[in-house]
Each structure stands twice: as C-alpha cells, then as structure tokens.
Design a protein around this ligand. Structure first.
Ligand SMILES: Cc1cc2nc3c(=O)[nH]c(=O)nc-3n(C[C@H](O)[C@H](O)[C@H](O)COP(=O)(O)O)c2cc1C
Length: 205
C-alpha cells in the first residue's frame, strides 16, 4: 500500500494525488451570464449531486493570479446557472471550454454550440446536452483562500427524450454515455460509462 499524508503536502501535490484516486467524477458543464448578457461556459469536475433537497455542489478555485473565474463571478452577481451533463459526442467542446479566456469571449459562441432559452433562469441551456439543470445559487462557502464550495438549488430539470423512460418518468443510464473525469496527470483523463450492471435490493449473505 502507498500512503500519503495529504494534509501536510503542498496543495498542488494533494490535488494531483486525490484527483487521481477519487474517480470517476461527473462533470458539471455550466453556463452563466455576465452583466452584459454574455454567455460563459466552463466544466467543473469537483462536482456532485445532493439528493435530499434537489441540489448540486461544485468547487471553484481561484485563477493563478488570484482572480475569480467567470463562472463564480457571474454566480455572485446574479445567482443563476444551468448545469449540463455531457455525453460522448460533446467531449471535444466540453474539454475545449476549460480553456482560460478573457471574460468577454463567450466559449459558447467560439465553440458554435446551439442554445435554447431556459424556463426559469437567465443563462441559456445547451441544446444538444442530454441533461440540463436550471439552478439558483443557494450559498457559497469559502474553503480557505483559493477554493469555494458552491451550493445550487435545482429549480428545473431537462433531459433529452432519447434518454428518458416514460413509464418510470426518469432517465435510463443504458440510453446515454455520460462522460466523466479521471486523473489529471497520468493515464486517461476522461472516460465514458462502460460496463454496467443491474442488481436487486442490497442483502447481506
Ligand atoms: C474536465 C475539467 C474539469 C474541471 N474541473 C474544475 C473544477 O472542479 N474546479 C475548478 O475551479 N476548475 C475546474 N476546471 C478548470 C475550469 O474549467 C477552467 O478554469 C475554466 O477556464 C474556468 O472558466 P470560467 O473562468 O469561464 O469560469 C476543470 C477543467 C476541465 C477541463
């Protein structure tokens, strides 16, 4: 067994190790809008769903120069976002949208992604994403000087008909291939849903 004391390591090293161990991670692909109505798009894989009240959580770090990323700045300003889950055909644009660009450049326009008006929030949703969750900011929690935990309330859920099971009124994981983040330094850095299983209720032998 290899053991590392993450608390005593520089943040960068702890990140490299922990992000190689906690895999696969779903990726929140988030649209927000700035005060001029420009649409921003960025991926975040420090991300989870919360299944008490319908919520999502992600963490956003500061840029190297200490400034806020556009996603966080926009959420602070207007508290609205659409969180998408992408499938394999969208992996290219999802990865490209992680490029750090000036706030006045819209990743959505640059990548030629089609959008639809959201029902309850100002940021548009990506037309071709299989899942789009309209969200409002619930709260932010600073985790030290460079990282903020963002909690979002999900106020409207959209899913493509092709992944929907009408009888059960929810999505069917066998109908799409959500992409996930793996390690960031060595080995494959993305994956897609591969082998899947259906087991009955949990029982001890
Ligand atoms: C797959 C992937 C996952 C990422 N996950 C995170 C993350 O969890 N937190 C974070 O702060 N940045 C993350 N990034 C980096 C941001 O996407 C990147 O800094 C982006 O430029 C931020 O854009 P914005 O300034 O438009 O918000 C990730 C990048 C990629 C490609």
């Amino acid at each position: 067994m290899i053991s590392r004391d993450l608390a005593s390591l520089p943040r960068r090293d702890a990140y490299r190790i922990l992000s190689s161990l906690v895999i696969p991670r779903p990726i929140a692909w988030i649209t927000t809008v700035d005060e001029a109505g420009r649409v921003n798009l960025a991926p975040f894989s420090s991300f989870m769903g919360i299944f008490g009240p319908p919520m999502l959580a992600f963490t956003v770090s500061r840029r190297r120069d200490g400034s806020l990323k556009d996603t966080q700045r926009n959420l602070k300003a207007n508290g609205q976002a659409v969180v998408h889950l992408a499938d394999l055909p969208l992996l290219g644009p999802l990865h490209a949208s992680g490029a750090e660009v000036e706030p006045d450049i819209s990743e959505v326009a640059r990548l030629g992604l089609a959008t639809e008006t959201s029902l309850l929030v100002a940021p548009p949703r990506l037309r071709d994403a299989p899942v789009a969750l309209e969200c409002r900011l619930n709260r932010e929690l600073d985790l030290g000087p460079t990282t903020t935990l963002v909690l979002l309330d999900v106020v409207m859920a959209h899913a493509a008909e092709r992944i929907w099971n009408a009888e059960h009124d929810c999505a069917d994981a066998s109908l799409w291939t959500p992409v996930v983040r793996l390690a960031s330094v060595v080995g494959p850095n993305y994956g897609a849903l591969g082998e899947t299983f259906s087991l009955g209720p949990s029982e001890l032998p």
